[in-house]
Design a protein around this ligand. Sequence first.
Ligand code: ATP
Length: 199
Amino acid sequence: MLRIGLTGGIGSGKSTVEALFRELGVPVLDADQVARELVAPGSELFDRIREHFGESILAPDGELDRARLRRRVFANPGERRWLEALLHPEVRARMAAWAEAQLHPYVVLSIPLLFESGMQDLVDRILVVVCDPQTRIRRVCRRDGIPPEEVEAMLRSQWTDEKRRSLADDVIENQGDLEALRREVERLHRRYLTLAGAR
Ligand code: ATP
């Protein structure tokens, strides 16, 4: 079993790449999805976060307002560390157990902050999606309807593509159209099947 860690900066195209691997029948697990499930109302982590941040962190439907939480910890490194110390060990454990249980020759673990959160050891190979900042800002603004400054601030808080690239085993350039992206994913799919077969 080969574990591929998929990562990249905000708006680089990770979710789109995930969807393309899924279309090829590859099991994919997204760390954000795992985190979302972990903080669902009624869970132990939900209670701890509510206690820590107060009721103002809840959305009207009683779920965690994750966008507000993100903004709050973004502005406060101490709070960010507190939240990460709570979440990361659980996310890690769930991802490792899930990968272990899959039967496909290789799996994709999509971890947006793979490097920033030091999760490299969860995977055997690292696939980085890169794309120039201007294109990423334009795509995220269109997708989320938010102002460019907000995306720029997120971008600045993350690793640069150059730094990610230096630690990648494989790189997808996502400047082109969706067809070009699909071809790249298909190329990597063949490569990963070969690598998995040789193990
Ligand atoms: P985030 O870091 O915010 O979770 P992401 O890395 O998962 O983002 P996506 O959501 O996959 O990025 O892509 C960002 C936006 O750009 C989406 O609206 C997606 O449809 C679009 N997009 C991604 N790749 C391409 C492409 N090659 N051509 C055109 N649009 C694209």
